[in-house]
Design a protein around this ligand. Structure first.
Ligand SMILES: [Fe+2]
Length: 186
């Protein structure tokens, strides 16, 4: 499978401004707290009939859940695999994603299966934390500066790298769909 696939979106500016306005109204604290998975009230967001819902609709998809990844420190997010069972989600750049890079790596099958890398997140879901894996065991397979929405392979080990020109806070919205969109990663 591919690590990511760029989506054409003609309404990214509207999505960014609507989402920032939603965060500032409903979750202003979110911009001060680093988190891989800020879960949000998807129903409250969708009740505003946001542009992102129409954009998904135009592709034949429906949003099931949104969450936000927020970075407030000049510190990379270590290598990990998101909680399952979703393999493919849509990641949308909302704020300060220039000079920030998603990186995907292939790691050996025995490490992928090793339970010592399993962790439970704050929602009680299992994810895998490979941040302590020796770099000699990592095989880079892709990198993307998140400037456009992508179908994101969250089942492949990935990290976020900030270069010295990155600006904080960095905010990305992840959308999980009712549809299986993993075919875009084949
Ligand atoms: Fe992730």
């Amino acid at each position: 499978m591919k690590p990511f696939s760029i989506l054409r979106c003609d309404c990214l500016d509207e999505i960014k401004s609507e989402t920032l306005s939603y965060i500032e109204d409903q979750h202003p604290e979110l911009l001060n707290q680093s988190s891989l998975w800020h879960k949000s009230d998807t129903g409250a967001y969708m009740a505003r009939r946001p542009t992102v819902a129409n954009w998904f609709h135009s592709m034949g998809w429906k949003i099931r859940e949104i969450s936000f990844t927020v970075m407030t420190e000049m510190k990379d997010i270590g290598l990990h695999v998101d909680e399952g069972p979703i393999v493919a989600k849509v990641n949308i750049p909302i704020l300060n994603t220039a000079n920030t890079f998603n990186r995907w790596f292939k790691i050996q099958a025995d490490a992928m299966q090793d339970v010592k890398y399993e962790k439970i997140n704050e929602f009680g879901s299992l994810y895998k934390d490979f941040s302590q894996l020796p770099t000699s065991l990592l095989d880079p397979v892709g990198e993307y500066e998140l400037l456009k929405p992508v179908v994101f392979n969250s089942a492949m080990p990935h990290s976020v790298h900030l270069n010295s020109d990155a600006v904080l806070p960095r905010v990305v919205m992840s959308c999980m769909t009712f549809n299986d969109i993993s075919s875009l990663l084949v």
